[in-house]
Design a protein around this ligand. Structure first.
Ligand code: FDA
Length: 508
C-alpha cells in the first residue's frame, strides 16, 4: 500500500524523522479520525462518502518532517494539503480529489514575544487566540491587528491578509509581517533572505496552499492604549435600520482611524415577530470621554451614550469581539474550536459607493425569507487608504468604503438543506451586483468562495485564463505577478488546489 511506501520513504531518507514515528497516522491509526475532524471548522463535508480522505495525516513537530513529507509525496505522485487552523470556508486545507497527504501543523504552535524589539515569531499552527494571549501575558501596551475569531489559524489567515478591529489604524495582519520561514516545493527551508522579495511578497496575502508550507512568521507588534472602548448598539426595522445603515456608509471610512464601527445585519425573531436587526459594533482605541464627542460629531443619528459603552483592556476587547464574556478567564482564547460551529456558506463583496435606501430595502426583504443569515460590513479607510494596492497581494485599498461578508448557516445538514441555503445566498449575491465593486467584482480570498471559479487541472496544470477568472477578483492587478512568482518557485505546480495560483510552464 502507498502509505507503507510513504512511511518507508520518510524513515529511510530523513534522519530527523526516525526519532518520531508517531507523527504519521494512516487510516487505521487510532488517532486518524479524531485528527482529521478536530479542526474542520465548517463541518459541511465531515461525513461525505464521496470525497476521498487523506492517505496519511502527518502531525510534524519539526521542519525536517515537513521537508521529508514533501519530497516523499512528490516521489510517490501524492498531493499535499496543509492545514493550520482548518477554517478554510471551502475546506481546501483538508479536501482533495486525488490521493493525498494532509500536513496538519497542530504541533507547530510556538510563539516568542520580544517586547524590547516590538516583534514576535509565531508558528503557523498557532491560533489568533494563542497569539493574542501570548502577547497579553508579556505586555499590556502592544497588540496585533488580525482577525476577530480566536480559533482562526495563523497559517491560512496571514497567507490571505487577515482583517480585524484595528485594520483602520494598522492595516492587515499581512501588512505587519516582516520575515517568514517556508518549506518550498523542493523541500528546502527558506527565510526571507533566501526566498527573495518576490516570494516574500506573494506569501503575504496571495492565499494559502500555493507557494509552499509557511512554518513561521515574524510580526511587528503595534501599540495599544491601556484603555479601549467597545459598544454594540442594535436597531430593528421598526427603529429605522434603513436610514441608519444608509447614513453609516457616508461616514464610516472617514472616521478617526482609532475608531472602527462595523455593522452586523441579521434576521431575528420568528413568524410575525421576525425582523431584521443591525448591530453597530465598535472598537475605539481610547476611553469613553473621547469616543462620545467623536461619535456625536460624525454619527449623531446613532445617539450613542456613555451607558452603551464599556471600557476595557485591549485583550478584553478580544474576548468582547469573539463572543466571550469579558470576565471569563483569558485561557478561553486558547480553545481551538469555533465558539458556534455550524454548517455555512459565505461570499464577499467590496463597496465603493453608498448603497441607496431602496437598495438596502431589497436586502432586508431577502433576509426576511431565510433564517440564520448575516451580513458583516467591515469599514475600511484610515491606514488601508495609505497602503498601495500592490504593496502586498491584497489589493482592496483606497476607494473601498467597506467589505461585506454574506453568511448563511444551517443546523441540519444534508444535500437538500444545503442546496436550499446555498441557493438563497447566491440569489442575494446576484441581487447585490449593481451596488458593489465591478470590473472586477472584487472578493476577499480569506472568505474563500468556489462559486467565483476554480482551476480545472489537466496534466497537473491549469491555464492563466482559467485562473484569472477567480484570481483577478481576489487580487486584481496583482494576479499576474502572483502567477510569475508561482511559475518561478513551483514550476511543476506541486502545491495546487481549486484556487491555487497557476504555475505556467513558461513565464508569461
Ligand atoms: P486552514 O488551515 O483551513 O487554511 C486555509 C488555507 O490556507 C488552505 O488553503 C490551507 O491549505 C492554507 N494554509 C494553511 N496553513 C498554511 C501554511 N502554514 N502555509 C501555507 N498555506 C497554508 N478572516 C479575517 O480576515 N478576519 C476575521 O475576523 C475572520 N474570522 C473568521 C471566523 C471564522 C469562524 C472563520 C471560519 C473564518 C474567519 N476568517 C476571518 C477567515 C479566515 O481568515 C480564513 O478562513 C483563513 O484562511 C483561515 O486560516 P486557517 O489556518 O484557520 O485555515
Amino acid at each position: 500500500p502507498v502509505h507503507e511506501i510513504f512511511m518507508q520513504c520518510m524513515s529511510t531518507k530523513f534522519n530527523a524523522y526516525t526519532k518520531n514515528m508517531q507523527i504519521i497516522h494512516n487510516q487505521n491509526s487510532p488517532l486518524y479520525s479524531h485528527l482529521l475532524q478536530s479542526s474542520q471548522q465548517n463541518p459541511r463535508w465531515l461525513n461525505s462518502t464521496t470525497l476521498p480522505k487523506p492517505l496519511i495525516v502527518l502531525t510534524p513537530f519539526h521542519e525536517s518532517e515537513i521537508q521529508a513529507a514533501i519530497v516523499c509525496s512528490k516521489m510517490l505522485g501524492l498531493q499535499v494539503r496543509v492545514r493550520s487552523g482548518g477554517h478554510d470556508y471551502e475546506g481546501l486545507s483538508y479536501l482533495c480529489k486525488k490521493p493525498f497527504v494532509l500536513v496538519d501543523l497542530v504541533n507547530l504552535r510556538s510563539i516568542e514575544i520580544n517586547v524590547e524589539e516590538k516583534t514576535a515569531w509565531v508558528q503557523s499552527g498557532a491560533t489568533l487566540g494563542e497569539l493574542y494571549y501570548a502577547i497579553a501575558k508579556e505586555t499590556g501596551v502592544y497588540g496585533f491587528p488580525a482577525g476577530l475569531c480566536p480559533s482562526v489559524g495563523i497559517g491560512g489567515h496571514f497567507s490571505g491578509g487577515g482583517l480585524g478591529t484595528m485594520l483602520r489604524k494598522y492595516g492587515l495582519a499581512a501588512d505587519n509581517v516582516i520575515d517568514a520561514y517556508l518549506v518550498d516545493a523542493n523541500g528546502k527551508v527558506l527565510g526571507r533572505k533566501e526566498m527573495g522579495e518576490d516570494l516574500f511578497w506573494a506569501i503575504r496575502g496571495g492565499g494559502g496552499g500555493t507557494f509552499g508550507i509557511v512554518l513561521s512568521w515574524k510580526i511587528k507588534l503595534v501599540p495599544v492604549p491601556p484603555k479601549v472602548t467597545g459598544f454594540t448598539v442594535s436597531k430593528s426595522l421598526k427603529q429605522g435600520v434603513g436610514k441608519l445603515v444608509h447614513r453609516w456608509q457616508y461616514i464610516v471610512d472617514k472616521l478617526h482611524e482609532d475608531l472602527f464601527v462595523r455593522v452586523i445585519i441579521q434576521d431575528v425573531g420568528k413568524g410575525n415577530e421576525k425582523t431584521v436587526q443591525a448591530s453597530f459594533n465598535s472598537l475605539f482605541l481610547g476611553g469613553i470621554d473621547k469616543l462620545i464627542p467623536l461619535m456625536n460629531k460624525s454619527f449623531p443619528e446613532l445617539g450613542l451614550q456613555a451607558k452603551d459603552c464599556v471600557e476595557m483592556s485591549w485583550i478584553q476587547s478580544v474576548l468582547y469581539f469573539s463572543g466571550y464574556q469579558m470576565d471569563q478567564p483569558l485561557e478561553v482564547l486558547l480553545d481551538r474550536n469555533v465558539l458556534y460551529k455550524s454548517y455555512f456558506k459565505a461570499k464577499s463583496d467590496f463597496v465603493k459607493e453608498p448603497i441607496s435606501e431602496a437598495g438596502l430595502e431589497g436586502i432586508w426583504e431577502r433576509f426576511l425569507e431565510e433564517e440564520l443569515v448575516f451580513m458583516i460590513m467591515d469599514p475600511f479607510g484610515g491606514k488601508m487608504n495609505e497602503i498601495s494596492e500592490s504593496e502586498i497581494p491584497f489589493p482592496h485599498r483606497n476607494g473601498n468604503l467597506y467589505n461585506i461578508q454574506y453568511l448563511v448557516k444551517w443546523e441540519v445538514n444534508g444535500f437538500r438543506a444545503s442546496n436550499k441555503h446555498v441557493h438563497w445566498i447566491r440569489m442575494l449575491y446576484r441581487y447585490m451586483k449593481p451596488y458593489v465593486s465591478s470590473s472586477p467584482r472584487a472578493a476577499y480570498i480569506n472568505y474563500r468562495d468556489l462559486d467565483l471559479g476554480r482551476n480545472k487541472i489537466e496534466n497537473n496544470f491549469t491555464s492563466y485564463e482559467e485562473g484569472s477568472v477567480w484570481g483577478t477578483k481576489y487580487f486584481k492587478g496583482n494576479f499576474k505577478r502572483l502567477v510569475d512568482v508561482k511559475s518561478k518557485v513551483d514550476p511543476l505546480n506541486f502545491f495546487r488546489n481549486e484556487q491555487s495560483i497557476p504555475s505556467l510552464p513558461v513565464s508569461i
